[in-house]
Ligand binder design. Structure first.
Ligand code: GTP
Ligand code: MG
Ligand code: ZN
Length: 295
């Protein structure tokens, strides 16, 4: 048996790194519960091919889900960077959902505001992000294009010694930032595009890069939806940091914080201490979590 780390996933095809050797992998049968970042036991079948026999216990698992199934984003990451940009515009709903996913997975989250060189959209974008800064999520301002050196200096100290993933909508600049942070990322990506038979400009598969022995960073394809059907009500209420000081203070011990009388969370919304948009998202996510079929 060979041990490896899954560094790329495209459908049910995987690429594993076994001490520098790249092995194309498949799972046995129809199982597809492997995530980039997983440590796996491999049975080599030919020169550069292997079967994934088992997955080591995960420290963390970040994933999305719809009503029917979950979609694994990455295993064993210690922190999440949500990349947004001045343009094209981003959806706050997706940012908040990603933050909830990180919180529920026990992963520290940061926001990166990229393309600050687009001056005309900068102030408006900062105002939209003030909500998250107010919740103590760090917001890092960079321009991968105009000031790459400064972007590197801002991000690299945060990445050091960590396993990070960059996520966000398409076109925000995740891959541009990865190319700054990882020497030869471009070449590595092209190699894998060939190996996994893709090859477009926009990122179509999740890919892990080693920066040094104890530092990794994952690039991921842009997403338009971030379902969180797998989260229970209890997980949801704890995934909103602005609810924390109010939990347990509602009139009813099993309060859902939706429309109950004397609800401490709803009081917070009414008094303006909890953003109405965030509470509305909580209500929506709770609704989704009750629709789940087959978990
Ligand atoms: N003006 C400006 N453009 C940028 C900056 N960073 C990236 N871009 C451009 O934004 C576009 C999208 O960048 P990518 O890095 O491919 O975005 P991505 O988030 O990886 O997109 P997907 O792979 O589709 O999810 C490209 O045309 C980049 O050249 C920046 O700092 N300023
Ligand atoms: Mg990309
Ligand atoms: Zn309540």
């Amino acid at each position: 048996m060979t041990q490896g780390v899954v560094i790329a996933a495209h459908g049910r095809h995987y690429l594993a790194d076994a001490r520098g050797r790249k092995l194309q992998c498949v799972t046995r049968g129809k199982k597809s519960n492997v995530a980039v970042g997983d440590v796996v036991e491999l049975q080599e079948t030919s020169a550069n091919q292997a079967v994934i026999e088992s997955i080591a216990e995960r420290k963390t698992l970040l994933y999305r889900s719809d009503q029917y199934k979950s979609k694994l984003l990455a295993a064993n990451v210690t922190q999440l960077f949500i990349v947004v940009a001045t343009e094209p515009g981003f959806t706050e709903d997706l940012v908040s959902r990603a933050l909830v996913a990180a919180q529920a997975a026990g992963i520290k989250a940061h926001l990166i505001l990229n393309k600050i060189d687009v001056a005309e959209a900068l102030e408006k974008t900062r105002q939209r992000l003030a909500l998250y800064a107010g919740l103590d999520y760090p917001v890092l301002e960079v321009s991968a294009k105009a000031t790459p050196r400064a972007a590197y200096d801002t991000l690299m100290p945060l990445l050091k010694g960590q396993s990070s993933i960059l996520i966000g909508q398409s076109g925000m600049g995740k891959s541009s930032l990865i190319n700054l942070l990882v020497p030869d990322a471009d070449i590595a990506t092209r190699e894998i595009s060939v190996a996994l038979d893709t090859g477009k400009h926009t990122t179509t598969f999740t890919r892990l890069y080693h920066i040094d022995a104890d530092t990794t960073v994952i690039d991921s394809p842009g997403f338009q939806e971030f379902g969180l059907y797998h989260l229970t009500e209890g997980m949801l209420e704890r995934a909103f940091p602005e609810f924390a000081s109010r939990l347990g203070k509602c009139k009813f011990y099993n309060c859902h914080h939706v429309n109950e009388p004397e609800c401490a969370v709803l009081t917070g919304v009414k008094e303006g201490e909890i953003a109405a948009t965030r509470h509305a998202l909580y209500v929506q996510l709770r609704h989704e979590s009750l629709q789940t079929i087959g978990y």
